[in-house]
Design a protein around this ligand. Structure first.
Ligand SMILES: [Cu+2]
Length: 177
């Protein structure tokens, strides 16, 4: 609980002020080891990507990673998952070699239309339905970069599901319009 609150605060702070990002970067210099690309590879060993027939049948669409201003601590990734099967599936995690940590987040708006984000452990994809991880609804939060991915590059993102399956997809990095 504590760590998810902390994440939420960091997350909100990172998005609220682009200028604060550089300061945050110097404050967390003690964590510099986690930002090394080599460290990411050792702390996140590549697991084999195997998928059950139901997960294999998922259609993954409209995926992209939003480019962030220089010094930003987080990037958001988006994708739409369509489930043509008769069994509901549950997305339980996300990882990428491009970032030291990644998590599932939902986005809500209050009455004043202020956006806030909440870490979540699971997202359902109904049988015959669609899970839209799109701006204003949800995102995949990527944090701790060895090097910030730039527009025009691609980021490999692995989605993990409650049945032990995983699917890896390649998402282009796009600049916000
Ligand atoms: Cu977030």
């Amino acid at each position: 609980m504590k760590s998810s609150l902390l994440t939420l605060m960091l997350c909100a702070a990172g998005l609220a002020t682009g200028q604060a990002a550089a300061q945050t970067g110097t404050q967390s210099a003690g964590q510099i080891g986690h930002r090394m690309p080599g460290m990411n590879m050792t702390t996140q060993p590549a697991k084999p990507t195997t998928a059950s027939p139901a997960v294999k049948a998922l259609k993954l669409m409209q995926g992209w990673v939003s480019a962030a201003p220089p010094g930003a601590e987080e990037l958001s990734a988006y994708v739409v998952l369509s489930n043509p099967g008769k069994v509901a599936l549950t997305l339980t995690g996300v990882s990428t070699p491009a970032a030291g940590s990644a998590m599932l987040m939902t986005t809500t708006r209050d009455a004043a239309r202020r956006e806030s984000m909440q870490m979540t452990a699971a997202m359902k994809i109904p049988a015959g339905g669609t899970l839209k991880i799109l701006p204003g609804q949800a995102h995949l939060m990527l944090r701790q970069f060895g090097r910030q991915p730039q527009p025009g590059e691609n980021v490999a993102v692995t989605l993990r599901f409650s049945d032990g399956s995983a699917r890896t997809l390649t998402l282009p990095v796009r600049k916000l319009p």
